[in-house]
Structure formats: structure tokens, C-alpha cells
Ligand binder design. Structure first.
Ligand SMILES: [Zn+2]
Length: 426
């Protein structure tokens, strides 16, 4: 056996277990009361009763913009639109080296905090497609730490410039995993609808999933999600579509939202909420009362619609903070969505684990013999402490290899060698 984690707790149980890992997979799980696991392991870790969970999914992130806050200036209004303006200036000086270096630091930090899957967006409205080309390289370079999927993301809109649809198609040809959109950033409602159809056309031509930025605004009249859901149904694209943000839903009329939930359910769409960033960007045009600017996470889940979470941004034009800890994202989500009943808290980790796996249609996932060993040993002995104390975890395991540990200082492991992770920015 490669790794034996002794005396750990698993979600939903008070009992202690030993978990054995071999050849990248969970080999055996044995309840402590039934005696010790007999196999010798190359590495044995005593969890001391701490919680062992599946590793985390960051389902929406911008690895091309990370760590660019203040370049060339900080976002003074705190709005999405000023962020887009600042990025438009910054991206003129993008190089692949610049993107890859910032991406490496971000991936290392995410790994340290227990994330082993990142769905990133690559801005395709920059004519050289520098972000996309760099992130395609980063996906290979850092794949030992995190599985990375790339969405081709038309940041400035698909119909706002005549070459943008072509660039999006080119991104699909170059190897982007998913096709994105941003209908609320098109000039008109009609253009927004057309942009959704163009994104789906490209996705279908190249057999890619769809992953949109949808209705990221407090405008209650921004209703592109219904169009995304309708296209999904008409094109039989069920289970292959993610809609990120959907914050306008927080401002919809209840009767309209109720009808929309029915369509979303039929479309089997996953909603990705980004509570850190939307708590910052939304509500900026309100005085008081001030809206929370979040999608209807709790009601969506209660209607049987899959919801997961994204970190979205970190130290960039849209978010001047960020640790890279998906537990912190979850912490913010629980507060803003009033997801704090005992039962909701006990199941909260699903939002950054199981629900991500569901969105990606992974069936090799979970804590059971034979499943891929993608695991984190949290610095907590129960679910509530995990949500209070947050990260980083003691240990992160990706496909049976230890990729990060904080037992002896914050380190990641690449090709078996330790590397200190620099958490400070200056
Ligand atoms: Zn985003």
C-alpha cells in the first residue's frame, strides 16, 4: 500500500476509520472498531480523529487575471464594468510568460488549500488569444497539482466586435474545453440572445460543454438564463451546461423565479455561485436597503437543481482580496444564502465537493474503495469546525499522491519534492 491514513473521521459518521491508498485509488476503508488494517504502507499518517473528505472543486476562476490588482489601477467603483475596463487596459501587455507565472502561483495556493480541480476562463476577446494559449500550457504544466479545464470566455461580448465570434471558434479549435458567453455585456437584449445561440452553435460544432457568465447584474430585467435553459432543452444539451453567477435572480419576482426553476430543472443546468466576488461587485448601485447580489442558492438546491461554488477572482480588477481557500468561499455562501440550519451545515461541504463532481459528470469520485484517491485531511474533527476554522488542510492527496501538506509548514510536492508555498504578496 502507498499511503495509510489512520484514525480519521468521514462525513456523517462519529466513528474512526483507517483509509488505505494504492495505485492512485482508495484500496480499503476499515472501521477502527473492527481492528487495524493489516497492510503495511510506505507512508502512514495518524489523522488524530480529523475529518477526511474529498478534495475541492473551484468551478469558476480566472487564472489569466489573477494577481493583477492595481495594474494599471485599482477598481474605485467596485463594479463589474469598471473591472472589465481595467482588464481591457491590462490585457494589452499580456504575454504567455506573464499568465503562466501568475497561474503557477495561484494553482500552488489552491492546491495547498485542498482544491484539485479548477474550471478556469480564458479571455478570448484579446486578438492574439494569449490567455488561452498560456492556459493550455499551464493545464499541462500544473496538471500534477490540479486538473484544469478551460472555458473560452468572450469577456467583452461576442457581438460587440465583429471578430469576437471568430476568436471564440478559434479557441474551440485550439483546444478549449468549454464555450463561454456573457450575454448581459452585449449591447442589447437581442444581441444577448443572439450571442447565446452563437455560443451554443460553436459548442455543438466542436462537441464542447457550455459554461457561461449569465446575468451577473442586479438588473431584474436581465433574463438570459431562461434563454440558456431553453437552448439547452431544444438542442438536447442537458447535463452539459453551467451558468455562472446568475445574480439577477436575487432581484427577480418570485412568480417569475418559480417558473424559471422548472425550466432549469428540465435543462439539468448547474448553477455556479461566486459569493466572494458577487458580494463585492453587486449592490453597488443600491443605497439602502442594499441587495446581497447572489443567486437563489438555497431555493435552487431545494428545487433539485445542482449548485456549486467558484472563487472567481483573486487580487485582480474584480476582487481585491482572496485566499484561494474554497472553504472560505463556502463560508461566505452559507452566510449570504442563510444556509445555516443544522442540516444545511452538515451537508454544506457538498457544494465544493460532490456537486462539482456531478456538474462534471465524474463517476470515479467519492470516498469508497476503488474510487480515485482525491482527498483532503481537514484541520477539524467535525463538519461544523471545518466550516468555522477553514483551511488550509493538513494534507492534500491527488490521485494517490501527496501534493500538499501543512504538517511541517505550507508545502506543495512536485515530482515528490517539497516546495515552500509563498502566501505573502510582498
Ligand atoms: Zn467569472
Amino acid at each position: 500500500m502507498d499511503i495509510l491514513i489512520k484514525n480519521c473521521r468521514l462525513l456523517g459518521s462519529e466513528k474512526l476509520f483507517d483509509v488505505g491508498i494504492e495505485d492512485g485509488r482508495i484500496k480499503e476503508i476499515k472501521e477502527k472498531a473492527n481492528g487495524r488494517m493489516n497492510d503495511k504502507a510506505r507512508e502512514e499518517i495518524d489523522a488524530g480523529g480529523r475529518l477526511l473528505t474529498s478534495s475541492f472543486f473551484n468551478m469558476h476562476f480566472h487564472l489569466d487575471t489573477v494577481f493583477t490588482a492595481g495594474q494599471p489601477r485599482y477598481n474605485a467603483s467596485g463594479t463589474l464594468l469598471e473591472g472589465i475596463e481595467i482588464w481591457e487596459e491590462r490585457k494589452k501587455s499580456l504575454t504567455e510568460k506573464d499568465v503562466i507565472e501568475r497561474c503557477e502561483k495561484a494553482v500552488e495556493i489552491f492546491t495547498l488549500y485542498g482544491t484539485t480541480f479548477i474550471r478556469t476562463h480564458a479571455d478570448t476577446t484579446e486578438k492574439e488569444l494569449t490567455s488561452l494559449k498560456a492556459l493550455l500550457k499551464a493545464k499541462k504544466l500544473f496538471g500534477d497539482l490540479c486538473d484544469i479545464q478551460i472555458t473560452a470566455f468572450p469577456q467583452d461580448g461576442i457581438l460587440t466586435q465583429k471578430e469576437n465570434a471568430e476568436l471564440l471558434e478559434k479557441a474551440a479549435e485550439l483546444g478549449a474545453d468549454c464555450i463561454g458567453m456573457i450575454p448581459h455585456n452585449e449591447y442589447t437584449r437581442e444581441d444577448g440572445i443572439d450571442s447565446i445561440r452563437i455560443a451554443f452553435d460553436i459548442a455543438q460544432r466542436h462537441n464542447k460543454d457550455v459554461d457561461g457568465h449569465v446575468d451577473e447584474t442586479d438588473d431584474p430585467d436581465s433574463k438570459f438564463l431562461e434563454v440558456v435553459a431553453a437552448e439547452t432543452i431544444k438542442r438536447s444539451y442537458q447535463k452539459r451546461v453551467i451558468a455562472g453567477h446568475t445574480t439577477a435572480m436575487g432581484s427577480y419576482d418570485n412568480a417569475y423565479a418559480f417558473k424559471l426553476f422548472g425550466t432549469l430543472k428540465k435543462a439539468e443546468i448547474t448553477i455556479v455561485s461566486n459569493p466572494l466576488v458577487n458580494a463585492n461587485l453587486q449592490g453597488r448601485f443600491d443605497s439602502y436597503p442594499k441587495r446581497r447580489g447572489l443567486t437563489r442558492m438555497k431555493e435552487l438546491l431545494n428545487s433539485g437543481i445542482n449548485v456549486c461554488l467558484g472563487h472567481d477572482d483573486m487580487l485582480d480588477p474584480w476582487y481585491p482580496l482572496g485566499t484561494g481557500d474554497m472553504l472560505q468561499v463556502l463560508f461566505m455562501a452559507l452566510h449570504l444564502a442563510h444556509f445555516t440550519s443544522r442540516e444545511e451545515l452538515l451537508n454544506a461541504l457538498d457544494l465544493i465537493t460532490t456537486n462539482g463532481a456531478k456538474a462534471l459528470r465524474l463517476n470515479d469520485y467519492g470516498i469508497a474503495p476503488g474510487k480515485k484517491a482525491n482527498l483532503v485531511l481537514l484541520n477539524a474533527k467535525n463538519e461544523i469546525d471545518a466550516l468555522r476554522i477553514l483551511g488550509p488542510p493538513l494534507l492534500v492527496i491527488k490521485e494517490g499522491r501527496i501534493v500538499a501538506s501543512t504538517i511541517d509548514g505550507p508545502k506543495i510536492y512536485r515530482k515528490g519534492k517539497p516546495k515552500e508555498v509563498e502566501l505573502f504578496t510582498s
